[in-house]
Unconditional design. Structure first.
Length: 78
């Protein structure tokens, strides 16, 4: 797994943000970078497409953001 590629497009490699935390072979630092990238992507999608996005997709992005933030908090020990 090329970490730089994963950081560029986390949702291509993981179905759910929680999977990042349990993936062997990744350092905590790499996991945080991946999740932070995913968080940025999800926020940008919510902002850019909020008017035209179906409710179901909006809900999925909101759920992903919550999962990302929870997982980041757990990884950071907060």
């Amino acid at each position: 797994m090329n970490v730089e590629q994963v950081i560029q497009n986390p949702s291509k490699y993981f179905e759910h943000p929680g999977e990042v935390a349990t993936t062997p072979g990744l350092s905590v630092e790499d996991k945080v970078k991946i999740l932070e990238s995913w968080e940025i992507d999800a926020n940008e999608m919510l902002t850019a497409d909020s008017e035209n996005m179906p409710d179901k997709r909006n809900e999925q992005l909101t759920d992903d953001l919550q999962a990302i933030r929870t997982t980041l908090s757990d990884l950071r020990g907060k």
